[in-house]
Design a binder for this molecule. Structure first.
Ligand code: HEM
Length: 439
């Protein structure tokens, strides 16, 4: 261990400012991403913002560990002799609390993404982290393979801690900056000048001898920090632009009046239902397996579809649903997937812009349980599909949820892309409809 220095080393100063500015940038970026996700915005920009946040955050973790090791090996300059004991105690406590946050904040973020559970949708969402697009960062503790309850609990705890620590970092930063200014302005000592290159201590001292290596490390280190920060700010501005491009809210479900496309054109329109777009969804789920992360689950949905529904529980023979889905609206929130899904390997939206499901019969199984049988057509290929669902009708409101599973090979979806079967063949379809009586 080296002897206690008279001033901070150039490495300590560069790491101090790189970490400080990164954290100050990361906090509003984290809040912004969270707000976007909470509003259901799914876009390339948001996906890239998450990747940027995770990449900078993991860099902060690495730099903080280096900074901690550096500090243990190179003790900082002593606190000014005039400082009373209580102030020394608080100064030291704040410094160590900072180290705890610099390491705890990124670790809890990493833990959260490893759990692969979305706090916003309250469902599994495992996204691979690419460090600045250069390599894949593994998930921690094999969490993706854990049960849903464990993943949800870890995600909840990790994100609460992450959020709390971000506030903690802001409070500590304010106290820390106020204390440094107090030293400079009122105590007129060298505390602030020690850490801010170019600032002279408020009293006359013999200037330290110029050290070219120290100046070079400071110059290069602080310049890289400044360039990286400016680049991150530009990238964020670009992502914010991109996030406007495809907000999910834009794509509302087309709400239709019941139409004569129901099986019996003479069926009384009185049994028509109007879909409540905001509370309804058609989702799909699949798994992706690779050697690094094991099995990852993805959940997506179609953001544009319409359903013509005629339904009367006492007249199932004349009840029917015709659903038409815009295949180009498939999204699972992962930009790479969202770009690929409409392409020729997957939904081939250019040649087959819509997929459809038309019921042929609906059977009451008892209680709230029903089964619809009908024809599902995707990419021009039709297959008979059974859709078990539950339905409750209270007054003029109906609530329906149903799940089924299809083999994507039946529809030629992704047949050439994944000879290794990394993407599951079984695709789960989940449907949730809230509707009100149209007439
Ligand atoms: C210096 C390090 C970091 C800081 C200062 C930071 C800050 C923040 C903040 C302030 C939030 C918003 C929390 C809230 O909504 O209350 C957030 C969210 C988040 N952070 Fe970090 N973070 C850091 C590192 C990381 C790392 C290393 C990862 C992952 C590898 C990560 C992943 C996330 C994720 C996924 C969210 C959730 C956004 C959402 O969906 O609501 N963070 N972060």
């Amino acid at each position: 261990m080296s002897e206690q220095a008279r001033r901070y080393s150039a490495v300590a100063i560069v790491l101090h400012w790189a970490i400080a500015f990164a954290i100050l940038l990361m906090i509003p970026l984290g809040w912004w991403m969270g707000d976007m996700a909470e509003d259901g915005v799914v876009s390339d920009g948001i996906f890239r913002a998450y990747q940027l946040h995770k990449s900078i955050g993991l860099t902060v973790l690495a730099l903080s560990l280096v900074r901690l090791a550096w500090r243990l090996l190179n003790p900082p300059p002593p606190l000014p002799a005039h400082m009373p004991g209580w102030e020394r105690f608080i100064a030291k406590a704040i410094h160590w609390a900072f180290y705890a946050l610099m390491i705890g904040l990124p670790l809890t973020g990493w833990l959260y993404v490893s759990a692969g559970w979305s706090e916003h949708d309250d469902q599994p969402l495992l996204v691979t982290t690419h460090w600045f697009g250069l390599f894949v960062v593994p998930h921690l503790f094999g969490l993706p393979a854990a049960g849903a309850d464990v993943r949800e609990a870890v995600a909840d705890t990790a994100m609460s801690a992450h959020s709390l620590m971000a506030w903690g970092a802001l409070v500590l930063a304010a106290l820390h900056a106020a204390a440094a200014l107090k030293h400079h302005v009122f105590d007129k000592d060298e505390v602030l000048a020690d850490m801010v290159p170019g600032v002279k201590p408020p009293f006359q001292t013999e200037p330290p001898a110029k050290d070219p290596i120290r100046l070079a490390v400071l110059g290069v280190g602080l310049s890289i920090t400044a360039v990286a920060l400016i680049a991150a700010l530009f990238a964020w501005a670009d992502m914010a632009d991109g996030s406007q491009a495809a907000p999910q809210q834009q794509s509302t479900i087309a709400i239709t009046e019941p139409t004569p496309t129901a099986p019996d054109a003479s069926a009384p329109v009185a049994n028509g239902w109007r879909v409540d777009a905001a509370r309804s969804s058609i989702g799909f789920g699949f798994t992706y397996t690779d050697d690094i992360n094991g099995e990852a689950r993805f959940n997506g949905r179609f953001t544009r579809w319409r359903a013509d529904i005629v339904f009367n529980p006492d007249d199932l023979a004349n009840s029917a649903a015709n659903v038409t889905i815009e295949t180009a609206s498939a999204t699972d929130g992962v930009a790479m997937h969202d770009r690929a899904l409409p392409g020729p390997e997957w939904f081939d939206a250019a040649a087959h812009p819509t997929a459809s499901f038309r019921t042929r019969s609906i059977t009451h199984l008892g209680g709230a349980n029903y089964r619809a049988e009908g024809e599902l057509t995707i990419r021009g290929r039709s297959r008979e599909v059974e859709l078990p669902f539950t339905l409750t009708i209270e007054g003029d409101r109906a609530n329906m949820t149903g799940q089924t599973s299809i083999d994507r090979r039946d529809f030629d979806i992704g047949k050439d892309t994944d000879a290794d079967d990394s993407i599951s063949r079984d695709i789960e379809i989940s449907i949730r409809v809230e509707a009100t009586r149209a007439s």
